[in-house]
Design a protein around this ligand. Structure first.
Ligand code: NAD
Length: 446
């Protein structure tokens, strides 16, 4: 099938490459000329495991194309997937202006039947807004062209986006017309070959499903972070609590990891958008507001802990902190909403010196902090640890898991480790001569 992807970012590029892998003919469109130039030269603008191979293979196979030409891209496809950004407005509501802009173009250029699919996470009701905008454009052109709108929210996770997309847990489709339902089933046939994973529902429920899924996951994280903070005060270890409750099949182990708060481009904005939506319809989203509030505080926790420690030990000013991991999660170069941003700003404000390292996200992090006299960009985790007064682990990249801490300890001024992701065992680190401070467990050093 001929498919156009509008918005070639983390979602659009991965989706486009995976559709092409399933044999569809896919054109990825973007307004960012540099990005399209890069992709046409087979350079991948984002890091996502497995993506580069998939893009190159399907480009070579003439199933995947990149363009900035809206008219051509829309006219050539039967189905247009909208994957443009939906950031937060100042009041927390979902900014649908990129989607509206896209709908206008679609209305201006379609010349035969199309299915317009919203993949972006967006305010409940947006698909109908898209329909209105396209109808208005058609009215302006004084033409009648049949089209359908569909909601098909995306559930991929950055860091495992390609495999999530090729082997989805489920595919949610919100439709209002049989014809578009059948077309969507055909598109996803290759993905559901072994097992039917399609869940077809009405459009509003489909749009709401995405918000509910993210809200549930964010709630589990904030819940666990709150439990972790209580654990620390009462002398319990949250790692044990996680095992103790995760083994209950009604609870399960997923998303029970305490840490330094959720980040990324989705959870924070989607929880805020859902809160805003609830208020718009006259409700008070008590739980969801607290989920967000807990997260905002949790993001500050690790830096506060470091500042408190050094306040009692000679002051934080001019202390050197090695920072391991900057991206909002492992296996991505995405810095959007990363807890490291809050962390770095808190410590710079107090006059600390930072030696930063991330395996993949350095180039994006540099754009955020640029030149700062108290920041040194390091080539690896050992380099970051050199001469430092403490290490702070912010992102649990696998390469940090099994390190030889003996030389690392030698190159540090003081062997002190703040583990924002509970990656190490406290006793093990103590045996290696480190003062270890994790999340949600007591320690004798603070
Ligand atoms: N990133 C994720 O993990 C993820 C997962 C599920 C859902 N989502 C949702 O998917 C949507 C896209 O997210 P993303 O992370 O891919 O964003 P992104 O910023 O990585 O990509 C968006 C792309 O759209 C392009 N664009 C902007 N306006 C455009 C226009 N008018 N026409 C064509 N292209 C345009 C941008 O240049 C950019 O390349 C958002 O609604 C997000 O909430 C994201």
């Amino acid at each position: 099938m001929d498919i156009t992807i509008i918005g070639t970012g983390y979602v659009g590029l991965v989706t486009g490459a995976c559709f092409a892998e399933m044999g569809h003919i896919v054109t990825c469109l973007d307004i960012d000329e540099d990005k399209i130039k890069m992709l046409n030269a087979s350079h991948i603008p984002i890091y996502e495991p497995g993506l580069e191979e998939l893009v190159k293979k399907n480009k070579k196979g003439k199933r995947l194309f990149f363009t900035t030409d809206y008219e051509k891209a829309i006219k050539s496809a039967l189905v247009c997937f909208v994957c443009v950004p939906t950031p937060s407005n100042e009041d927390g509501s979902c900014n649908t202006s990129y989607i509206e802009q896209t709908a206008k173009f679609i209305g201006q250029y379609i010349d035969d039947y199309k299915v317009v699919v919203t993949k972006s996470t967006t305010e409940v009701g947006t698909s109908f807004q898209i329909k209105k905008i396209i109808l208005k454009e058609l009215e302006n052109r004084d033409v009648k062209i049949d089209f359908d709108v569909v909601s098909n929210p995306e559930f991929l996770k950055e860091g495992s986006a390609v495999s999530d997309c090729l082997k989805p847990d489920r595919i949610v489709i919100g439709t209002e017309a049989e014809k578009s339902t059948e077309i969507m089933k055909e598109i996803y046939h290759g993905f559901t070959f072994k097992q039917d994973r399609l869940i077809v529902m009405d459009i509003l429920s489909s749009e709401m499903t995405k918000y509910a899924a993210n809200a549930m996951l964010a709630t589990r994280i904030s819940f666990m972070n709150e439990i972790a903070n209580i654990c620390k005060k009462v002398g319990a270890n949250v790692n044990n609590i996680r095992k103790g409750i995760g083994s209950d099949t009604r609870i399960g182990y997923s998303f029970l990891y305490p840490g330094i708060g959720y980040g990324g481009s989705c959870f924070p904005k989607d929880i805020k958008a859902l809160c805003h939506l609830a208020k718009k319809v006259g409700l008070k989203p008590t739980l969801l507001e607290k989920v967000d509030e807990i997260n905002v505080e949790q993001k500050k926790l690790l830096a506060k802990s470091i500042i408190n420690f050094f306040t009692k030990n000679g002051g934080i000013k001019n202390k050197t902190i090695a920072v391991w991991g900057l991206s909002f999660k492992p296996d991505t170069d995405d810095m959007r909403g990363a807890p490291s941003i809050t962390f770095i700003n808190q410590l710079l404000d107090k006059g600390a010196k930072l030696r930063l390292f991330d395996p993949i996200a350095m180039h994006n992090a540099k754009k955020l902090f640029q030149e700062h006299k108290n920041i040194i960009w390091c080539r690896d985790e050992q380099h970051a640890a050199e001469g430092s007064d403490a290490i702070a682990l912010l992102t649990e990249w696998k390469q940090f898991r099994f390190l030889n801490f003996t030389p690392i300890k030698k190159m540090m001024k003081t062997p002190l480790l703040f583990d924002g992701r509970n990656q190490y065992h406290p006793q093990d680190m103590q045996k290696k001569g480190f003062k270890y401070i994790g999340i949600g467990m007591p320690n004798k050093f603070e």
